[in-house]
Ligand binder design. Structure first.
Ligand code: PXL
Length: 276
């Protein structure tokens, strides 16, 4: 696998901002984002949106950060450090989504924005208020370079049950119509049980990404890891299709390196990058 170029010692690396929630178990959310961003040689900046109380068995509760504090973190990072890309993960509430969108527009940011519309944990524990779906669709999607929903999120966002290639294309079109420049419908095991087929759409052309599906129950944080790797590739100036291809390769390697943890689902692991 070819990697993104690493910065030279003492040179300031590129910066990617993750706007996301904390996972106390260290598998998903900000912790997964920072692992990927750091191990790809990029400096990770953070706007924390929520603190979850969770382990590998599930999310016990979450606690939102006030929306003006989320906005403040974004502004503090952008106006001093500067960023080349950003990604969003768990945004928790309509108020936080509104604050992110408002701040993005006020700062007149034009860098790539990857929106991973996190709605629930892999155990089905909600991570976004149901009433916030409309804010995601109307306020954040139009600002996004790329949105990266999984099949459950597709159902919630555009009310399409993706069951075959045709409905996957319909979902990509419906998501694109909400305003992002590109929509990626992560297909899961749609076409076969041993392949993972994602579909990317820019309003004109479809691009398919087909990678091996690895048999592991330890895939916590996979979506966060993919979106973070794509954001890093975009920060490096990759086109969206090339960045998605890179992100898919990266998350496949992280799945290969996934490890068991606690009594539930273990995390995908970027730690393979450290070598043995
Ligand atoms: O993987 C989605 C996700 C994102 N962010 C936080 C999470 C999870 C899944 O559990 O806990 C904080």
């Amino acid at each position: 696998m070819s990697f993104l170029p690493l910065p030279q010692p003492a040179a300031t690396p590129l910066r990617v901002l993750t706007i996301a929630g904390s996972d106390s178990g260290g598998g998903a959310g900000i912790q997964a984002d920072m692992r990927t961003i750091s191990l790809l040689g990029v400096h990770a900046c953070v706007a924390v949106t929520a603190v979850t109380v969770q382990n590998t068995l599930g999310v016990k509760s979450f606690h939102e950060v006030p929306d003006d504090v989320v906005a403040g973190q974004i502004e503090a990072v952008v106006t001093d450090i500067g960023i080349q890309a950003a990604k969003t993960g768990m945004l928790a509430s309509s108020a936080i989504i509104g604050a992110v969108a408002r701040t993005w527009r006020q700062l007149e940011l034009t860098v790539p924005l990857v929106v991973d519309p996190v709605c629930a944990s892999m155990h089905g524990d909600p991570l976004l208020a149901g009433s916030a779906l409309d804010s995601l669709r109307k306020q954040l999607f139009p600002l996004a370079t790329l949105v990266t929903p999984n099949l459950d999120e597709v159902r919630l966002l555009v009310d399409i049950d993706v069951v075959d290639p045709e409905s996957q294309r319909a979902a990509a079109k419906a998501l694109h119509a909400l305003g992002p420049a590109w929509a990626l419908v992560k297909g899961g095991h749609l076409r076969s049980s041993d392949r993972s087929c994602d579909l990317l759409y820019d309003g004109a052309d479809f691009y398919e990404f087909d990678t091996p599906r690895l048999p592991t129950g330890d895939d916590h944080g996979g979506g966060d890891t993919l979106a973070s790797a794509v954001a890093c590739a975009l920060a490096h100036g990759y086109s969206v299709p090339d960045a998605v291809a890179f992100g898919k390769r990266w998350v496949t390697e992280c799945l290969r390196a996934a490890y068991p943890l606690g009594g539930g689902h273990g995390p995908v692991s970027a730690l393979f990058r450290l070598g043995s």
